[in-house]
Design a protein around this ligand. Structure first.
Ligand SMILES: Nc1ncnc2c1ncn2[C@@H]1O[C@H](COP(=O)(O)OP(=O)(O)OP(=O)(O)O)[C@@H](O)[C@H]1O
Ligand SMILES: [Mg+2]
Length: 238
């Protein structure tokens, strides 16, 4: 059988299927604000199979970012459970939680690259200070090639276009070999052609690496490319 064109090879130490299974039940989050607060996520239930791609849609303020932050354990829910690969992260202690966070990749609308670091150093930044090892540098170079930036490893963010900066951010999200990638409007700061390229890249990486992906987006054409769309309205999955 001819070898299909791949954008990324799994890391050498890859262990079986790569994508995380995510189960969310009864998840709620209220932020303090005036009387009663703002309930950003309301009794959300969601099951994502390993390697699945889910588009998270809904109007501004409907709770997309909050739900991503809860799933990525960078915010804490008031109620409900999140289970990832059989581990209930909402019941995990600090050590287990910080280990879990290292298995999640985040991609943001505004890239959030460190301006003084080269593309390669931005990619390995999540591993610092522990692992500025040859293996990490080699993997960063591989991932930059996989996102279409071979030869630009030493460029600073200011020397890259928006689309190229988002490619660096995607490589950075993948450096920890995550089972789960959470992208919050990854094309929101890009023109539509560049945005389409970024989504094609994410979906190609999903195919090659099997990484489970949740992508918050306002763009119905992006949502249509994912396996499934989950719509939020006033914090509720509709
Ligand atoms: N840290 C916070 N403190 C108070 N309220 C918050 C906080 N974060 C979010 N909210 C509120 O929670 C609700 C959901 O916000 P969230 O950012 O999750 O929406 P969103 O769907 O991502 O919107 P957008 O499409 O504009 O990014 C909004 O009413 C918002 O104002
Ligand atoms: Mg948001």
């Amino acid at each position: 059988m001819s070898r299909r064109e791949r954008v990324a090879d799994p890391p050498q130490e890859a262990r079986g299927p790569r994508g995380a299974a995510v189960t969310v039940t009864g998840l709620s989050k209220t932020f303090p604000s005036g009387e009663g607060g703002i309930t950003a996520v309301r009794e959300a239930d969601l099951a994502i199979e390993p390697g699945g791609t889910v588009a998270l849609t809904g109007p501004s303020g409907s709770g997309k970012s909050t739900l991503l932050h809860l799933i990525g354990a960078i915010d804490v829910p008031d109620a409900g459970t999140i289970t990832v690969d059989g581990t209930e992260i909402t019941a995990a202690g600090r050590g287990a939680l910080s280990r879990y966070r290292r298995t999640v990749g985040f991609v943001f609308q505004r890239f959030h690259l460190l301006p003084a670091l080269t593309a390669r150093d931005n990619v390995i930044a999540p591993l610092l200070p522990y692992r500025r090892r040859a293996g990490a540098l080699a993997r960063a170079t591989e991932l930059l090639a996989a996102v279409g930036l071979a030869g630009r490893e030493d460029a600073l963010p200011s020397q890259l276009s928006g689309g190229q900066q988002q490619r660096v951010a995607i490589a950075r999200a993948l450096i920890g070999d995550p089972g789960l990638l959470l992208a919050d409007e990854p094309t929101g700061n890009l023109d539509s052609a560049t945005g389409t390229e970024i989504i094609e890249l994410l979906l190609a990486l999903n195919t090659d690496l099997g990484t489970t992906m949740v992508i918050a987006t306002h763009d119905p054409s992006i949502a249509a490319r994912c396996d499934r769309t989950v719509s939020l309205r006033d914090g509720r999955i509709t």
